[in-house]
Design a protein around this ligand. Sequence first.
Ligand code: NAD
Ligand code: UDP
Length: 342
Amino acid sequence: MKILLAGGAGFIGSHTAVELLEAGHDVVVVDNYCNSSPRSLERVREITGKDMAVYEADVRDKEAVKNIFDREAVDCVIHFAGLKAVGESVEKPVEYYRNNIDTTLTLLECMKEAGVKRIVFSSSATVYGEENESPYVETMPRGSCSNPYGWTKAMMEQILTDTAHADPDMSVILLRYFNPIGAHESGKIGEDPQGIPNNLMPFVSQTAVGRRDKLTIFGGDYDTPDGTCLRDYIHVMDLANGHLKAVEYAADHKGVEIFNLGTGKPYSVLDIVNTFEKANGVPVPYVIGARRAGDLPSVYADASKAERILGWKTKRDLRDMCVDSWNWQKNNPNGFRDQDQS
Ligand code: NAD
Ligand code: UDP
């Protein structure tokens, strides 16, 4: 199959490109590098020994995207292209709605014109909102989101669902990711946030490598076993494999299907710090600070539907996630920027 990865140079897209290429699929990437580097795709080529078509373009640019669909006989789209920083979305809501919704609409318009019927979408556990209790099940109604980023995901799920209802030949797969961390086992690709990381694992690994003085744990007084928040961390290569399974499932499926992609096992912030230190033999200095606005105490998946229907199951544990995150960070202390500057 030929699979178009919108936003394919980013963290999850680049790992998914490896998984798809290694499974023998053809990959086409379109990315404007607003939160990534073309170096990630060079590394994908190094890891797999395979090539892919790469287009530098804004996915909101209809003419550019239409030209790509005209040139490439795309069978399925995976839509990763979006802005994803929760805090920034509160400060710049219009930018977030404009980018995330417009990329989706442009892709859907171009898919319709090109007769492409399958799309896999990067959604998030955040759409369960605070009304639902973990473990989250796909049959729960979406809840209310605490920030514009989350609302863009909820709105895009609705747009994609309505589009599938209007065209009985369409297949829409909504993948609700939990907390992707880790990196490809080679240490050649990984998460490379710009500026101060918002997410836990890049902050932990940047602290371990000396780029940050210490980690601040957001709240130690939650009603959880050790007082810190619980999350469902998933290795990014397991997540990438979930996309492979979803794309293959979409080939014989019509309508809308939602899958949680998580391990179903909650771990606390302190579990992450302790496992990281122990597995890698490096200290991660930390302090317990105030709670962060909008954080829920406990977020984890019921991951049984993806296992039942896609035959997908995670293979890597928390230790693997910590080892691979550190392997990427210590080999690339400044992410992809070392190379960009040379
Ligand atoms: P990322 O920022 O590393 O990747 C997104 C990619 O999309 C980047 O390469 C960026 O340059 C590109 N992009 C953004 N807007 C674009 C546009 N208008 N035109 C072309 N390219 C554009 O993020 P990621 O962690 O790989 O996340 C991928 C998707 O998964 C995002 O939609 C994100 O919201 C979603 N998601 C991520 C997480 C997470 O924790 N990483 C959790 C849930 C959902
Ligand atoms: N967290 C933290 N310090 C940080 C970043 C995150 O204590 O510098 C905590 C955060 O409060 C949450 C967990 O780590 O409980 C995961 O946060 P992240 O932002 O990575 O993902 P989220 O689940 O919020 O989307």
